[in-house]
Design a protein around this ligand. Structure first.
Ligand code: KG4
Ligand code: ZN
Length: 334
């Protein structure tokens, strides 16, 4: 069983060919970060234009790289939601055109579902499990009972963690995306600034990160500060909150199998702290390879295969939506 997968929800144009039996056949990815850098974040219209410009050349590159006979593709997987609507539409139109030309079915994938199944690319794990999604657009805790059975436990009420990293880096005068920059910088610093840990003591699994950014702004505006120490302090504050809420979710559900996915799961300190936590408390922990943490089409292919295996395909008039909740999507498409 082989799928061609398409991912264009934000600023990465990505395609993958993936076989259920033999794993990854090949993938290609073009990041637009350099284009958005000067604007300090992703510009939606520019993102859609870049996807339109690059999809066909990337497709050609993928076919050349793999010498793959397209007729062997069984179906096309694509990201339906959530994301920048124009960017999603570009990817969906491409996926539909290829499906039409090959007379093969279409399978929709939720972007966060893709992130969840990025872990399975390396090693399928057993249900149920908890998932902490930490990306540029989402910071959520879910209980996953089976494929498509996603129970929302709590999430950020304002900024996503990746967004908070990006905004904090911007305040400190760095470019986009700020996450990897602060990750590197924090290694040279000490967590010497006293930053808030919003909602950490509350019983709810919801979180808030916008106050943290405001506290960072005050320090930056004071003019005299260590960038390394501030990066380290910011990171420890974020991780204290994520760790506390994850522990609460474990306590609440009794599920001791945890996966952490999304762009911020590439963070080296997050990996270190959660690994220590899992060793100390005997929790099963899975975090994808950093290459699979950030947006890619391999994860979309894997989730698409899981859906197709269950006999679910999409009608020809399916249309992307900017923000269908994961749990709703799971109910509709399972
Ligand atoms: O999952 P992703 O690639 O795209 C979305 O679906 O949002 O996540 C992108 C986010 C950005 O905010 C970026 O700054 C953050 O992931 N990120 C990191 C690291 N690498 C990427 N944050 C902290 N440390 C990193 N090493
Ligand atoms: Zn993502």
């Amino acid at each position: 069983m082989i799928t061609l997968a398409v991912e264009t929800s934000c600023d990465e144009t990505a395609l993958a060919l993936y076989s259920r039996e033999h794993g990854l056949i090949g993938d290609v990815l073009l990041s637009q970060t350099k284009i958005h850098q000067e604007f300090g974040g992703v510009v939606p219209e520019l993102s859609a234009r870049e996807h339109t410009k690059n999809l066909l050349p990337l497709f050609e590159l993928l076919l050349k790289k793999t010498s793959f006979d397209l007729n062997k593709v069984d179906f096309i997987s694509f990201t339906l939601t959530p994301g920048l609507i124009l960017s999603l539409v570009v990817g969906a139109s491409f996926a539909k055109s290829v499906a039409y030309a090959l007379r093969k079915p279409l399978v929709p994938v939720h972007h966060l579902e893709g992130h969840i199944y990025s872990v399975f690319v390396e090693k399928p794990i057993s249900y149920p499990f908890l998932v902490l999604i930490v990306s540029g657009g989402h910071t959520d805790l879910y209980l996953v009972k089976d494929f498509g059975k996603y129970e929302f436990l709590g999430g950020t009420l304002d900024d996503a963690v990746g967004e908070s990293y990006d905004k904090t880096a911007k305040l400190m005068g760095f470019g986009y995306p700020g996450g990897p920059i602060l990750d590197r910088l924090a290694k040279e610093g000490k967590p010497s600034y006293n930053l808030p840990r919003p909602m950490i003591e509350e019983q709810t699994l919801n979180m808030s990160f916008s106050g943290l950014k405001t506290a960072v702004r005050r320090i930056v505006e004071s003019g005299n500060y260590s960038k390394e120490d501030l990066a380290s302090s910011f990171q420890e504050a974020v991780l204290d909150v994520l760790e506390a809420k994850t522990l609460k979710a474990i306590e609440l559900t009794g599920v001791r199998r945890l996966i952490i996915v999304g762009g911020v799961s590439a963070n080296s300190r997050l990996r270190q702290r959660f690994k220590e936590l899992s060793n100390n408390l005997g929790i099963e922990l899975y975090i994808p390879h950093p290459k699979l943490s950030t947006d890619n089409a391999v994860m979309i292919a894997y989730a698409g295969l899981e859906r197709f295996k269950r006999g679910v395909t999409a009608p020809d008039d399916i249309n992307p939506e900017p923000n269908v909740p994961l749990e709703t999507f799971g109910r509709i498409w399972s």
